[in-house]
Ligand binder design. Structure first.
Ligand SMILES: NC(=O)c1ccc[n+]([C@@H]2O[C@H](COP(=O)([O-])OP(=O)(O)OC[C@H]3O[C@@H](n4cnc5c(N)ncnc54)[C@H](OP(=O)(O)O)[C@@H]3O)[C@@H](O)[C@H]2O)c1
Length: 304
C-alpha cells in the first residue's frame, strides 16, 4: 500500500482515492464504516478510522503518504472541534510512529484568518501543529468544493427547487470561489510541500452563485435578501423539517467574510458554470442530510 486516504467513501476523500488510483498508486482508506456496495470498494483496501493509537498504527502500517480529509462540520452531541483537533493529532502521531513519510492534510482557505470561528481555528491549530511536527507534509486549502455527492450545492439546489422563497443572508455580495472536487484531488496528489490554495478559476458573489444554481435546476424560489438572523431562523425551521443542520451561524459568518476565496493564482481549472450545465436533473433532486451521513445512526462503525 502506498497511500492512505481518510474518508474515501465520502466526498473529497473519494476524489483523492480516484486520482491516486488513476496515477497507479495503491490505496487504503481509513473510514469509520465499510461500504461493501460501493464500486470503489473493489479497488481499495479498508481499515478502521478509530482514534485510538494502537488501532491507528495498525490501520497506517506500511503506508508512505497519508491524505487526511477527516474533519467535522459542526459540533453536535459528543462531536466537538476540540475533539476533532485531538483526533487528528492522534492520527498524525500514529502516522509518524509507523514511519509514514508524508502527510497531505486538507485544511480550508484562509485557515489562519478567522481564529474566532471554531471551524477555522481548529484548522489553523492543525496547520501550526504540522508545521512544528518535523513530519514531511503539504497543507491543501480548498475554498468551496463542488462535485458529485457534495452536500452544500446539492442542498442549495434542493431548496431553490422546493421552496417558494430563498432568503439570501445579508446582501449576498460576499464572494465565493468554487473549486471542483476533482481539481482539489489533483492539487492534493501533486502537492509536495508547503501550504497550497485549492481554488477554482471564477470568483463570484454568493448571490450570483445562488442565481446560477437556481437557473440550472429551474428553481421556482424567488431569491430575496434579508437579515442574517431571519435566514438562520428559516434554515432552522427547514432544518427541523428535513432533520438536519442546514447551515450554522459560523458558516454564514465565514461566508460573509468571503473566507471561501483566495488571493493566490487559481490552480483549479474546472468552471462551476460548466459543471452546473452537466448536472441536468440530478442536482437537488433529493436532500442530503449531513446529520444522517456523518453524525447519525447510518454510520455503521468498523470494529477497531
Ligand atoms: N466541502 C467543502 O466545501 C470544503 C471546503 C473547504 C475545506 N473542506 C475540507 O475538506 C475536507 C473534506 O471535506 P468533505 O466536505 O469532503 O467532508 P466529508 O467527506 O463529509 O468528511 C470527511 C471525512 O471526515 C469524516 N467525518 C465527517 N463528519 C464526521 C463526524 N461528524 N464524525 C466523525 N467523522 C466525520 C468522514 O469519515 P468517514 O469516512 O468515516 O465517514 C469523512 O470521510 C475537510 O477537512 C473539510 O474541512 C471542505
Amino acid at each position: 500500500m502506498s497511500a492512505a486516504v481518510t474518508g474515501a467513501f465520502s466526498f473529497t476523500g473519494r476524489a483523492i482515492a480516484d486520482e491516486l488510483l488513476r496515477c497507479g498508486e495503491s490505496v487504503r482508506t481509513l473510514s469509520r464504516a465499510d461500504a461493501p456496495n460501493d464500486p470503489l470498494r473493489r479497488r481499495i483496501d479498508v481499515a478502521p478510522l478509530s482514534f485510538e493509537p494502537a488501532s491507528l498504527r495498525s490501520s497506517l502500517a506500511g503506508i508512505e503518504t497519508l491524505y487526511n480529509t477527516y474533519w467535522v462540520r459542526f459540533e453536535r452531541g459528543g462531536v466537538s472541534f476540540a475533539g476533532a483537533v485531538a483526533n487528528t493529532i492522534e492520527l498524525f502521531e500514529a502516522a509518524r510512529d509507523v514511519g509514514v513519510q508524508r502527510i497531505v492534510h486538507i485544511s480550508v482557505s484562509n485557515a489562519d484568518r478567522a481564529d474566532d470561528l471554531p471551524y477555522f481555528a481548529g484548522k489553523h491549530q492543525l496547520e501550526k501543529w504540522l508545521a512544528a511536527s518535523g513530519i514531511g507534509h503539504a497543507v491543501i486549502r480548498p475554498t468551496l468544493v463542488f462535485g458529485p455527492q457534495d452536500i452544500l450545492i446539492n442542498n442549495l439546489a434542493w431548496m431553490l427547487k422546493r421552496t417558494p422563497l430563498f432568503l439570501l443572508p445579508g446582501r449576498g455580495d460576499y464572494l465565493v470561489q468554487p473549486v471542483s472536487v476533482g481539481d482539489v484531488a489533483r492539487i492534493a496528489v501533486q502537492a509536495r510541500a508547503g501550504v497550497v490554495d485549492a481554488a477554482g478559476p471564477d470568483t463570484m458573489s454568493f448571490a450570483a452563485l445562488v442565481s446560477m444554481i437556481g437557473a440550472a435546476v429551474r428553481g421556482r424560489a424567488r431569491i430575496v435578501s434579508g437579515p442574517r438572523t431571519l435566514g438562520l431562523t428559516i434554515n432552522s425551521i427547514l432544518g427541523r423539517l428535513v432533520g438536519d443542520v442546514i447551515v450554522t451561524a459560523d458558516e454564514l459568518e465565514g461566508l460573509s467574510r468571503s473566507l471561501l476565496t483566495t488571493e493566490s493564482e487559481p490552480r483549479g481549472t474546472e468552471r462551476f458554470a460548466d459543471w452546473l450545465r452537466e448536472q441536468e436533473a440530478g442536482l437537488g433532486r433529493s436532500y442530503t442530510s449531513e446529520l444522517r451521513r456523518n453524525y447519525g445512526a447510518d454510520v455503521r462503525h468498523l470494529s477497531p
